[in-house]
Design a protein. Sequence first.
Length: 252
Amino acid sequence: MSKPGTLANTDTGRNGFNGGDPYNASPDAGVAVLNTNVCTAMSMLVWMVLDLIFFKKPSVIGAVQGIITGLVAITPAAGFVGGRGAIIIGACSGTIPWLSMNILDKQKWFLDFSNDVVGDFHTHLVGGIVGGFLTGLFATSEGDAAFALAPTGGAIDGNGRQVWVQIVGFLFIIGWNVVWTSLICLFVSLPIRVEVRRSHLNRLDTYPKYHCVIRRNSCCWVTTRFTGNSHTRSSTKERMNLMRIMVNRIRD
């Protein structure tokens, strides 16, 4: 979970570069900042309501995830959409990544495919796609004109082609990231090897009874203790004791 200071810096930074996109103190800069906060607030509220409906209580982690998805989704749209568009984008960014996180994170094939302990796939990839697509729907002619672009707007102004432009854009970015991230990881893996010491493995193997994993859902961190082929949800005291034992065994 993000620390309060980290979250505040994220929110402040996002307001800064969304509002700074016009490169001057203009009405459009003010609109971009306003849309950023409206969308983020809406996304957080929707995420918390979904947590309340399905998990019976909201959570700080859920609120933080909603804030992050709202900030991500509004970034491509901040200066181009009106207030109505910002609200709709916020509602979608609080719903679609929530569904993605709570459905995909329960699928074994996804967990095997993605080592995503902080939920970046859902908050940034899914949230970014949502924001990019909806920009093509809700961009306004006035917003385009403020950036000295052709005042064609998005689908709501009769320019349905912009939706396809947005789709091509985020597909290109996804492909660009997959290629270059894979190449960078391959390059880094050649000269750098990080291996677990044999002594550490042996110490952990001597304590199979206390083998545990920590997994994340949208509400909380859950520790599951495995004993043989069965597993039970451990209490807070048990979790602390198990983690303390594992840490001490590694340090010895």
